[in-house]
Design a protein around this ligand. Structure first.
Ligand code: BES
Ligand code: MN
Ligand code: MN
Length: 417
């Protein structure tokens, strides 16, 4: 394998700061698109770029060998999470660095590494057997708001026989995984406002309503912090109870099941009043809470959105003005993993990684999985090659080198299934 060539495109891609949530870096998104597009064109693929209004572009690359051949789809995302806190990184976040058998950089594991593995597999392919379609998204880390609309622009995607999503990891070097379930998610921002300006807490204490306090009370009503129970009426109505048999299988994966089979609600960020050094005796006029709810099979994010809105209406005091915004939503993914493609893929993974394949569920979310399944009704296979210490979304994100190269081998074999 010409490792230098692959590391070159990998390091070029990592040097591009395609942080999808940061509107100031839209230009970086364009740079990533150009790099990937040109690489695919050089390899002789047909490339289409789809974009709606303000969306980041969706890249679709096609290698069509024959109208009679099977068509395999491969998904990865080129957008990444913000690099903060930068001072916790031991290597520069946007500089691909090889150290102690690992590849470091923002996005190496999530999900540029898998994207580059696909490009590498493609580059090394001599004789194509199946038609290959590559679907590279630029909005995964911001909730895939336009994904469904964008894929529907390309009629050829209807001809895909199986979708591979490469955006998860293995349990260990000898334990590859295929995921058959992911949680859905709905993300909110709650803005509480009492007035136009902060007040002196000595003069207005006992008199003015404090929006931060109103928020704390609201969150203690919506969720019990000890039991993690969500206290919105009807919230659990649609949750399917896991079967004894599935529970047994999941317990064998030796990871806690609470975070993948139950819904959860978390405050993700809060800001209000003075957060600088020392003290400032004020009553803030505004408080902002970012929170999200993860969903499990049979829950529907639009229904949950409505329940949260009703709950806010009932439970937020009348002395505060509030705005509840929904940022994004996606439904949970769950699939039957007993289809021939899963079986064949499992064999490849077992052979390459020299260990049994674990069938697992994850508490994380990848909106594309549910969307592919619902829109095209074809098997969706979720796998990937990172390891549990990959530091996803955190400083020192990494991809194990051995796993990186072996993953490419596995991908080449999957291309030929
Ligand atoms: N690749 C992850 C999701 C993931 C990680 C699934 C590990 C399973 C195991 C993906 O990029 C991600 O971070 N998704 C977000 C989605 C959200 C922004 C809508 C998540 O789960 O928080
Ligand atoms: Mn990802
Ligand atoms: Mn991610």
């Amino acid at each position: 394998m010409k490792k230098e060539e692959i590391l070159k495109i990998f390091s070029q891609l990592i040097s591009i700061e395609s942080v999808s949530t940061d509107t100031k870096r839209k230009n970086e998104i364009s740079k990533a698109v150009d790099l990937i597009k040109n690489y695919l064109l050089d390899l002789g693929l047909q490339v289409d770029i789809y974009q709606k209004e303000n969306s980041h572009p969706l890249i679709v690359g096609k290698k069509i060998v024959s109208s009679k051949a099977k068509t395999f789809g491969f998904y990865a995302h080129y957008d990444v999470q913000p690099e903060d806190p930068v001072d916790k990184w031991l290597t520069p976040p946007f500089k691909l660095t090889l150290k102690n058998g690992k590849i470091f950089g923002r996005g190496v594991a999530d999900d540029k590494g898998h994207l580059v593995q696909l490009l590498a597999g493609l580059k090394r392919m001599k004789n194509f057997k199946n038609n290959l379609v590559f679907i590279f998204e630029g909005e995964e880390e911001i909730g895939s708001i336009n994904f469904e609309k964008l894929i529907k622009e390309d009629d050829f995607l209807k001809r895909v026989d199986v979708f591979y999503i490469l955006d998860v990891g293995a349990k260990s070097k000898k334990s590859p995984q295929i995921f058959y379930g992911l949680r859905g998610i709905v993300e909110f921002e709650l803005i509480l406002q009492t007035g136009k300006t902060d007040l002196h807490s000595g003069i207005y204490g006992n008199l003015a309503v404090n929006p931060a306090q109103v928020g704390f009370e609201f969150f203690s009503k919506i969720k019990d912090g000890k039991t993690h129970q969500i206290k919105i009426p009807g919230f659990y109505d649609d949750v399917v109870k896991i079967s004894v048999q599935e529970k047994k299988l999941l317990k064998k994966t030796e990871s806690p099941i609470e975070s993948k089979i139950f819904p959860s609600l978390e405050v993700n960020g809060v800001y209000s009043g003075y957060t600088g050094e020392g003290i400032k005796t004020i009553i803030p006029h505004q408080a902002v809470f970012k929170f999200s709810i993860r969903l499990v099979p049979n829950q529907n994010w639009k229904k949950v959105k409505k329940q949260v809105e009703d709950f806010a209406k009932k439970n937020l005091s009348k002395d505060v003005k509030y705005q509840l915004k929904t940022i994004a939503g996606s439904d949970p993914f769950y699939t039957d993993f007993k289809n021939p493609y899963v079986e064949k893929t499992g064999k490849v993974l077992k052979e390459v990684f020299q260990g049994e394949v674990i069938f697992n569920r994850s508490g994380g979310s990848i909106p594309a999985a549910e969307i592919f399944q619902r829109v095209y009704k074809k098997p969706v296979i979720l796998t990937g090659f990172t390891l549990p210490d990959d530091n996803l979304h955190a400083p020192n994100e990494n991809f194990d080198e051995e796993m990186f190269w072996k993953g490419i081998e596995a991908i080449e074999k999957i291309f030929l299934l």
